[in-house]
Design a protein around this ligand. Structure first.
Ligand code: ATP
Ligand code: MG
Length: 426
């Protein structure tokens, strides 16, 4: 298959040398069984590329199983990947096949591979090298014939240096590395990709997009796109819906570009003009922006908190104790369970949610007691108190390791630092 046909078939737009190089490499290795590591920032196209590779390979008539390693709680990832035997742990009511079994003859896409817990990394290395694995609770060696595509937005080598990723697994995965360049390194692709999205959204919303001024076009190309193609897609959708039949100039465009425009971290907030207040007491644009910022901040805090609570309860306390929680919190936890299953799981065991493993039993019990006494006192703890409690629990559990604690809480490390500062915690 040549490059143009490949791009056409999978909707991969772009004519830049950087993208062409990537596609040529992908085409070269797609129809082999070689392990591929896709590396690139969020939103650069790792998912589309993995699916394209499977669909041009000789395995295309068998399953492509997509596993988001970062979304599955650490305690159950081994049984998700390799399956388990009935009765192998609390809640294992049925024998269940794992993703490696399900993908037999096909492809497994291990997304966010950098989040794989250390004990599972060893097992992954074995299945990659020999095709052999064990179901949890079984001593029978099983084999599978699976092509592995892994993806990460982290620097895996850095994780090796920090001892959180095995060096041998790194070398095994790194056989063919495909680096997907961020959008800012291929500015020539921005307008063509944007055009494709605008055409699609205009048809979907039955809307007309008038076009850009020259400097707005330049801004589109010089903006750093921290969310890459996904962000470009969102901006295109918003412009089609909210600015329909309007000519878009720089001022209008800026409202939709949320990250900062130069180097530095994206803060996901609109760029603020000078914060002057309207002098006549009327409600001005600046006031509106300030209120909007405050609301976004508030919404983020509430979102963080909901996620933290649900993630934590889901991965640490037993089903019995979850049932003792107020209904709205139970719903939130169940939603977390659903989202961690939001991969192709087939007939997932409905009770797989919470399990206790022998190695972690003792510390889990202590955690459960602390959780029970915190939540079952009869009073509803305040949001702030709950948040502080969860942060402390996470830091205790991971012995002060903030990266691991923030991962367990389902928030970014940056948010964790902000909260520690806010509550004066060490
Ligand atoms: N070259 C491209 N042309 C057109 N659309 C693209 C291109 N690359 C990516 N996309 C689109 O951008 C969006 C994000 O891509 P994708 O989900 O594959 O990114 P990702 O790297 O997997 O992101 P994440 O790290 O957040 O999982 C998708 O809608 C995808 O179809
Ligand atoms: Mg992805």
């Amino acid at each position: 298959m040549d490059r143009e046909a490949f791009q056409e078939r999978f909707g991969l737009i772009g004519d830049s040398a950087a993208l062409k190089q990537v596609i040529d490499k992908v085409i070269q290795v797609a129809d082999t069984d070689i392990t591929i590591l896709l590396q690139g920032e969020s939103g650069v196209g790792k998912d589309v590329t993995a699916k394209a590779i499977h669909n041009v390979s000789h395995r295309k008539h068998n399953e492509l199983v997509i596993v988001n390693c970062g979304a599955i709680p650490e305690g159950i990832i081994e049984s998700e990947l390799f399956g388990h035997e009935k009765g192998s742990f609390t809640g294992a009511h049925e024998t269940r096949e794992g993703y490696f079994e399900k993908a037999n003859g096909g492809t497994i896409f291990l997304d966010e591979i950098g989040d794989m817990p250390a004990n599972v990394q060893v097992k992954l290395l074995r299945v990659l090298e020999t095709g052999e694995y064990f179901r949890v609770g079984s001593s029978k060696v099983r084999t599978t014939d699976v092509r592995v595509i892994a993806a990460t937005n982290k620097d895996l080598w850095e994780l090796v240096q920090e001892d959180s990723f095995r060096e041998d697994l790194y070398y095994r995965l790194d056989t063919v590395k495909v680096k997907l360049p961020p959008l800012r390194e291929r500015p020539d692709d921005i307008i063509p990709i944007f055009r494709k999205f605008v055409t699609e959204f205009s048809a979907e919303y039955d809307s007309v997009f008038k076009g850009f001024s020259d400097d707005a076009k330049e801004l589109l190309q010089s903006y750093r796109w921290p969310g890459n193609v996904r962000e470009l897609r969102n901006v295109a959708e918003q412009l089609v819906v909210l600015e329909k039949s309007q000519f878009v100039d720089t001022e209008k465009l800026k409202k939709y570009l949320k990250g900062r425009q130069h180097t530095g971290e994206a803060d996901n907030l609109p760029v603020l003009a000078e914060q002057k207040s309207s002098s006549n007491g009327a409600f001005g644009d600046d006031d509106q922006q300030l209120i909007y910022r405050a609301l976004v901040g508030l919404r983020n805090d509430i979102g963080d908190l909901k996620e933290m609570l649900a993630n934590f309860l889901y991965s640490t306390i037993s089903q019995k104790n979850i049932k003792a929680l107020p209904q709205n919190i139970q719903d939130e936890v169940n939603e977390t369970e659903m989202s961690s299953m939001d991969i192709d799981v087939g007939d997932a065991d409905e009770n797989i949610g919470v399990q206790s493993y022998t190695e972690a039993d003792i510390s889990k019990e202590t955690e459960e007691n602390e959780f029970s006494s915190f939540f079952n006192s009869g009073d509803i703890p305040s949001i702030e108190k709950t948040e502080q409690f969860l942060i402390e629990q996470a830091l205790n559990k991971y012995e002060g390791n903030r990266r691991k604690a923030s991962e367990a809480l389902g928030i970014s490390e940056r948010t964790l630092y902000r909260k520690l500062d806010q509550y004066g915690l060490q």
